[in-house]
Design a protein around this ligand. Structure first.
Ligand code: PEP
Length: 243
């Protein structure tokens, strides 16, 4: 079973989200049942996606949540409210949240904990910048992000990790098979050292497209993908989901 997760970022109106789901629903019966689809729409489109998909096996959730479910937090997204429309998952620590919105490991750790307490599965994103890779610090950075971001997490509750090299996101540059294999093997090792289940799924993200998905999917410890650009169209999303 592979997890095929769509990160729509700040794309699509609620109407466009509904149209995507309608098209997806016509294709689901043809898909391999073994793959788990997941969709992360923008917050304003979550309910539209929920209305269409809550009776299916497709999981959906927010791209970012606050670490409290309600209160005086103007502009934040509530994980608790997402649960009420049927969400099962949420992204935490996407590199755009870390870089553009200055989210720090300490805050990410609280978000992971809160999601797990609420019964939602955090999809926790990690990844090195180009400068970090070029200075041979990739594994050290991944280890730091995992240790810090998961330090309040419950090892026995559900968790997904997404390895996304920052330099491969939205750039068309895909990490080589060797780079992905090494990173996933190390993430698996670190998760085990931190006491997490060795079956914790580890997704790869960074310019995944229909033409590179099968090779990437064959790498050990690659349990699926987190997809940005290619997830915006049902055809390319499902072509990846058919691997
Ligand atoms: C992402 O947004 O997480 C991502 C991997 O984007 P893309 O597939 O466009 O590189």
């Amino acid at each position: 079973m592979k997890i095929i997760a769509a990160n729509w970022k700040l794309h699509k109106t609620p109407q466009e989200a509904r149209e995507f789901c309608d098209q997806l629903l016509t294709q689901i019966p043809k898909l391999k049942a073994k793959n788990q689809l997941m969709i992360f729409p923008s917050a304003l489109c979550l309910e539209a996606v929920a209305e269409k998909l809550k009776v299916t096996s497709v999981q959906f959730g927010l791209q970012n949540v606050h670490f409290e479910g309600q209160g005086a937090f103007t502009g934040e997204n509530s994980a608790t409210a997402s649960l009420s429309v049927g969400a099962q998952v949420a992204l935490v620590g996407h590199s755009e949240r870390r870089a553009l919105f200055h989210e720090k490991d300490e805050v990410l750790a609280k978000k992971v904990k809160f999601l797990q307490e609420q019964g939602l599965t955090p999809v926790f994103c990690i990844g090195e910048t180009l400068a970090e890779r070029e200075s041979q610090r990739t594994i050290e950075v991944l280890e730091y992000q995992l240790r810090e971001g998961l330090k309040l997490a419950f090892p026995q509750k559900s968790l997904v990790v997404a390895y996304e090299p920052v330099w491969a996101i939205g750039t068309g540059k895909v990490a080589s098979l060797e780079q992905v294999e090494e990173a996933h093997q190390e993430v698996n090792r670190i998760l085990k050292e931190l006491g997490f289940n060795s079956a914790t799924p580890i997704l790869y993200g960074g310019s995944v497209k229909p033409d590179n998905a099968s090779l990437l999917a064959s790498i050990p410890h690659v349990h699926g993908f987190l997809i940005g650009g290619a997830s915006l169209h049902v055809e390319s999303y499902l072509a990846i989901a058919s691997v």
